[in-house]
Design a protein around this ligand. Structure first.
Ligand code: BTN
Length: 343
């Protein structure tokens, strides 16, 4: 089985059945007792299956790439604690967070943003998160794709339901970028640069991107999906990306715990988002200007629609859009488009 889903933080049946909850429970039990051989009987009780079915469930776990040693007579032990973003492990660490309540986890899916959009339309509440170990159709901005290699990255979409005006919605992208930047710095010591609006860079190469999609009525946002991709443990990037993209492992030379990084990220997201709701965009813009070399005084090339021009960044508008003093003397407010460093 290559495709699997771990869900069941909600009490009701997950989107396609309940079986994967047992995989999640089994994974958690084995991960939390890594040096111990656990009897088939104990596993059966813990995950709620018959003793004779335990072998089948451990087999399913192996098929998902988790190394489990043992068999029905001797009991089972995990060989190496996997860095799987298991909902039950996450939920325990996020007890006090709105993002720990409803977690949808996929081993393989096309795009977590697409699933989160469907969930949003189906009435899923604020704070639900969708995670994938691998995406086959990860989506980036401007119709680009997002390289989503198996178990090495964080591929997550967060559903936010807020009563904000669509005009200030771009600030949410900045909120997410700040959360990624802080979480990465806390976990790895890497102080990323933010390239407006949504890229997080180190040494000029991108290791994280954010795709914000919203569903809104003219005067009010119904929900926003914040899709976050982080290249965490990639040991190499595909040839066509090596010039522009990197991973945290390539930067630090060490593997990084995705689980710990994700917990930090969700905590930072909660705190920046609440600050935005309580105090408006001002503190977010101020923080962005502090940590982004792109916010002011940077020579930039803007490519938007069919147009491309060079200028110098000149701060952010109250709604989070980038002001640029163009070399031809005009002032532009960039709504969307690509920003790159210019000479
Ligand atoms: C970009 O830099 O262009 C944005 C990339 C966003 C990628 C993330 S990965 C999780 C979520 N699901 C997607 O399909 N895209 C976003």
């Amino acid at each position: 089985m290559a495709t699997g889903k771990l869900s069941g933080t909600t009490g009701r049946s997950d989107r396609a059945g309940t079986t994967d909850r047992r995989i999640d429970a089994l994974l958690t039990l084995l991960s939390e007792n890594p040096t111990v051989v656990i009897s088939g009987e104990k596993i059966a009780r813990h995950i709620g299956v018959s003793r004779s079915a335990v072998w089948l469930w451990t087999h399913r776990l192996r098929a998902l790439g988790v190394r489990v040693k043992g068999h029905p007579r001797t009991g089972y032990r995990i060989e190496r604690v996997p860095d799987v973003l298991s909902p039950s492990l996450l939920r325990r660490r996020l007890r006090d967070s709105p993002f720990g309540k409803r977690i949808y986890h996929y081993f393989k899916t096309a795009s977590t943003n697409s699933i989160a959009l469907d969930l949003g339309h189906a009435g899923e509440p604020h704070g639900a998160i969708v995670l994938a170990e691998e995406q086959t159709g990860g989506r980036g901005r401007a119709g680009r794709s997002w390289h989503s290699e198996k178990t090495n990255g964080i591929y997550m979409s967060v559903l936010l339901r807020s009563q904000i005006s669509p005009i200030v919605a771009p600030v949410i992208t900045l909120v997410a970028g700040l959360a990624v930047r802080d979480a990465v710095q806390e976990e790895t010591g890497v102080a990323g640069d933010l390239r407006w609006p949504n890229d997080v860079l180190a040494d000029g190469k991108k290791f994280s991107g954010i795709l914000t999609e919203m569903y809104a009525k003219p005067s009010q946002v119904r929900f926003v999906i914040v899709g976050i991709g982080i290249n965490v443990n990639h040991t190499a990037m595909p040839a066509e990306l090596t010039r522009v993209a990197t991973s945290l492992r390539l930067i630090t030379g060490k593997p990084v715990s995705r689980l710990q990084l994700l917990v930090r990220l969700l905590r930072r997201l909660d705190s920046y988002y609440n600050r935005f709701l309580a105090e408006g965009s001002r503190p977010i813009l101020a923080r962005f200007a502090e940590v982004s070399t792109y916010a002011r005084g940077k020579r930039v090339r803007i490519t938007t629609g069919g147009e491309s021009y060079v200028g110098t960044s000149d701060g952010l508008e109250p709604n989070g859009l980038l002001r640029v003093r163009r070399d031809d003397g005009k002032t532009a407010v960039v709504i969307s488009g690509d920003v790159s460093e210019a000479n």
